[in-house]
Design a protein around this ligand. Structure first.
Ligand SMILES: [Zn+2]
Length: 378
């Protein structure tokens, strides 16, 4: 039976209040558990519309007795960011109070969970998996939280830490549908069903891209615990975590979002979270290492004029965009190109760009020289 759980965050000031509203399906502890949230970056509206349709679809599935595992959905993950307006513009990517990107520096539960697990794990992988889930949940509840953002993160981690599937629904500026999967490229078939069911054009694979994003933190804990306890203590990769980019910020369309939500339900059914799982369709996209994505940047300020459309296959060195100097009609335009051949899958939405701004992303096939260390774009 569905349950609504409301978690109040510390009031930002007297007379106002904020809350997180979790939609919970299935019995607590039923497996597998899926945790899904939308718009952690609060100005990424398409994700909330997908979550809206997902909740409606899950309500129907719940009414039909089809929920087998446990599902927690947070359709509006960031009431702090939803509240941020500056001179008529909504700004939801960074916390205006601290400047922090809302999807960075999520708490790493590895050390606290390891302390709880010390001398309790053994040679049985299934038993270890159960103990790790319980330890992660316990460690999450013991997290210290400061301020509204700290409490928001703890409330989310408490409900996500023991999940087998974590889906963080976002969007890009202007983009095709793609997702980040917290896995090494050698291991990508672990998430192939997500690529098939969502119809995404790309799965970008990465392990430890830096920055402590929510999905990577949830997934990496399992890898770190397995490394810490060694080969004699088998610990599975117990959490499939992905950040799904539901196209661009203006791609808010009811029919599309409903179809995206239905695809997520089919993915969950395929994983045994709901009954009625069917074969996944053919993948529309492919998986590549995040190191094979070239981020094209503006060398100077100007008006960005795209020369190629989203989804186009472009050649290395081909002009994909030009920068126009608005002050000098005679000035030559600066031509921008990618270092790799591949799909132009994302580009800027704001067309008045500053020096160093990321203006486009092209997905190649081979890791690019110099693409190492911190791989995310802030
Ligand atoms: Zn985002």
């Amino acid at each position: 039976m569905k349950r609504i759980e409301r978690v109040e965050l510390p009031s930002p000031s007297a007379g106002t209040r904020r809350e997180l509203v979790f939609h919970r399906y299935g019995g607590p502890g039923a497996a597998p558990k899926a945790y899904i949230q939308a718009s952690l970056h609060a100005d990424e509206t398409p994700a909330m519309l997908v979550a809206h349709h997902l909740v409606r679809a899950l309500d129907a599935a719940d009414g039909a007795g089809q929920i087998l595992g446990e599902i927690v959905v947070l359709p509006a993950a960031n009431p702090i960011g939803l509240d941020q307006e500056v001179a008529g513009s909504h700004l939801g990517r960074h916390d205006l109070a601290s400047g922090a990107n809302f999807n960075r520096h999520w708490p790493d539960l590895t050390q606290d969970a390891a302390r709880l697990l010390e001398a309790r794990l053994g040679p049985d992988e299934r038993a270890n998996e159960r103990m790790v889930r319980a330890a992660l949940a316990e460690a999450a509840c013991a997290l210290e939280a400061r301020g509204a953002l700290g409490h928001l993160k703890r409330a989310i981690v408490e409900r996500a830490a023991d999940a087998a599937i974590v889906l963080d629904l976002h969007c890009d500026a202007e983009a095709v549908l793609y997702f980040y999967l917290s896995r090494a490229i050698e291991d990508w078939r672990a998430g192939e069903d997500l690529l098939r069911h969502t119809g995404a054009r790309l799965a970008l694979l990465t392990e430890d891209p830096g920055g402590g994003s929510f999905d990577d933190t949830m997934s990496a804990t399992w890898r770190k615990l397995a490394e810490r306890f060694g080969a004699q203590i088998p610990i599975p990769r117990g959490c499939l975590a992905a950040t799904l980019e539901y196209r661009g910020q203006s791609d808010v369309r009811d029919e599309e979002a409903r179809a995206d939500a239905e695809n997520l339900v089919r993915f969950l059914a395929g994983r045994g979270v709901l009954s009625g799982g069917a074969d996944a369709p053919q993948a529309r996209g492919r998986a590549i290492a995040l190191e094979a994505v070239d981020i094209v940047r503006a060398p100077h300020a100007g008006i960005l004029v795209m020369a190629r459309a989203l989804g186009a296959m472009v050649a290395s060195g081909e002009t994909i965009a030009e920068l126009v100097d608005p002050g000098d009609p005679e000035a030559p335009r600066t031509k921008l190109s990618s270092r790799t051949a591949g799909m132009l899958f994302s580009h800027a939405r704001d067309r008045l760009v500053r020096p160093g701004a990321a203006i486009a992303k092209v997905a190649g096939t081979e890791p690019l020289p110099g693409r190492a260390g911190y791989l995310l774009d802030d």
